[in-house]
Design a binder for this molecule. Structure first.
Ligand code: SF4
Length: 457
């Protein structure tokens, strides 16, 4: 009963958020930067911001997260952070020797008005950036947007490095959006099965889900190579997964380098994966290989075998917009009823998309962009559900309302596995269904009277 003070009566709030369903912009920028090979993320602000962002990522991925900070004190807060950042760039390239420093701002440096491009110019003029090394920067003030906005801004900064040479490289850019390292592996696997040459960035697979080797490497041998990111301007096209996470970068490649882009939903669930596979198949000019058809068939088989347990179940869902849109479509496609849906990230289009997807369900749907967990809990109190899906913070609501609960999204601080087992693609769909079924059937076993307690379900 940790949330026992949440009232059932809903009062409209304009200037108050309680238990936000989002976190800081720089966390997203830091995660994206870790998907560049040999990159050290740098937080242009105070040490406290950097420590918080690193620890959140460490708790989710269960890996040490290296990142530097401009280490603002009172002086930088008054006179600006230029001197700190110039010193930091010099120190980092001298001591740690990364290929890339990816700088993101914070609330404080944005409020002061520090100008990253001007500071970068000065660093280059003062020869603080060694030959062949790269600096990129993204504005990530946390008082607007969310961690998703920060991720998108850093990925857009990567796209800004693209250098069109006038000669196409025969590859397709894939901008995967904020998905798990395991999901990025799965996306690469699907493209390889179809025979499409891809250039994917960012790519955290192998960076944040690597093996324990007994040898510490500050920069793992994984991630998107900076030369490949620059080469993205020579691709024949871009597939951007997720409007919120990836579209800005894809559109920049389109306007700057004339690389046409398609914005797709993230491939969670049957239909969104079908569209992703179809887009890759169209690019490759081939048919879908049997291996993929077998994976799809297994997912359809599991849906039809277990449909009786999904049918009509009411679900509360919270998370980031690109993930939640695709997940809502998946739940509707298996005849579940997602009735309360919240994202902490702003964006009017979110509510429109959710209402379009759920239009045929025949029941009222509560949906809110820039919403919070408090509102979600109130909705559940007014109209109970049979399942809640979302990040670790849902555990309080699940406990309070005694609900079956599937952990999915960011952050997951109290379980393992998300960084190793994909939930994208057909294989990922099987894992999602296994998790959903597991909690529903555990609940059935717990609650059934002895006369209905069955061995075979
Ligand atoms: S909200 Fe702003 S000040 Fe606070 S940790 Fe995030 S970036 Fe730093």
């Amino acid at each position: 009963m940790l949330l026992r003070h949440t009232p059932k009566e809903i009062t409209e709030r304009k200037a108050l958020m309680i238990n936000p369903a989002k976190t800081c912009q720089p966390i997203g920028a830091m995660y994206a930067a870790l998907g560049i090979k040999g990159c050290l993320p740098h937080s242009h602000g105070s040490q406290g911001c950097c420590a918080y962002h690193r620890s959140t990522l460490t708790r989710h991925y269960k890996e040490p997260i290296s990142a530097a900070t401009s280490s603002f004190t009172e002086g930088a807060s008054v006179f600006g952070g230029q001197a700190n950042l110039l010193q930091a760039i010099d120190n980092i390239f001298t001591v740690y020797e990364p290929e890339v420093i990816a700088v993101h701002t914070t609330c404080l440096s944005e409020t002061i008005g520090d100008d990253l491009p001007q500071i970068f110019d000065k660093a280059i003029k003062e020869k603080k950036v060694p030959e062949g090394k790269t600096l990129i920067g993204a504005p990530t003030p946390s008082y607007v947007g969310s961690h998703v906005t920060g991720f998108s801004n850093m990925v857009k900064a990567m796209a800004g490095l693209a250098l069109p040479s006038g000669k196409k490289n025969g590859k397709i850019n894939i901008i995967p959006g904020w998905v798990e390292p395991s999901d990025m592996e799965e996306i690469k696997k699907i493209a390889a099965m179809i025979g499409v040459k891809i250039n994917m960035f960012p790519d955290t697979s192998g960076v944040l889900n690597g093996p324990l080797t007994g040898e510490y490497k500050m920069f793992p041998d994984a991630g998107a190579a900076i030369d490949d990111i620059k080469d993205s301007g020579n691709a024949t096209g871009t597939l951007a997964l997720g409007e919120w996470c990836s579209a800005d970068a894809a559109r920049l490649l389109d306007t700057k380098c004339k690389v046409p882009c398609s914005i797709l939903d993230m491939p969670f669930g049957l239909k969104a994966t079908d569209r992703f596979v179809d887009a890759l198949r169209t690019v490759a000019g081939t048919s879908v290989p049997d291996e993929i058809m077998v994976e799809r068939g297994k997912l359809v088989d599991m849906i039809s075998d277990m449909h009786q347990y999904f049918y009509g179940k009411k679900v509360a869902l919270v998370g980031d917009p690109d993930q939640v849109i695709a997940m809502t479509e998946f739940l509707v496609s298996i005849d579940m009823c997602p009735v309360h849906i919240v994202t902490g990230t702003p964006g009017k289009r979110f509510e429109e998309r959710i209402l379009e997807i759920t239009a045929g369900m025949g029941c009222k749907v509560n949906v809110r962009a820039k919403g919070d967990m408090f509102l979600l809990h109130q909705w559940i109190k007014n109209e109970p559900v049979e399942l809640i899906i979302g990040n670790t913070y849902c555990k309080y609501i699940a406990r309070d309302e005694d609900l079956p609960y599937v952990r999915w999204g960011f952050p997951i601080l109290d379980r393992q596995g998300h960084q190793h087992f994909p939930t994208v693609g057909y294989k990922g769909g099987l894992r999602l269904l296994e998790q959903i079924l597991g909690v529903l059937l555990d609940r059935k076993d717990r609650d059934d009277p002895e006369s209905k307690f069955e061995l075979v379900l």
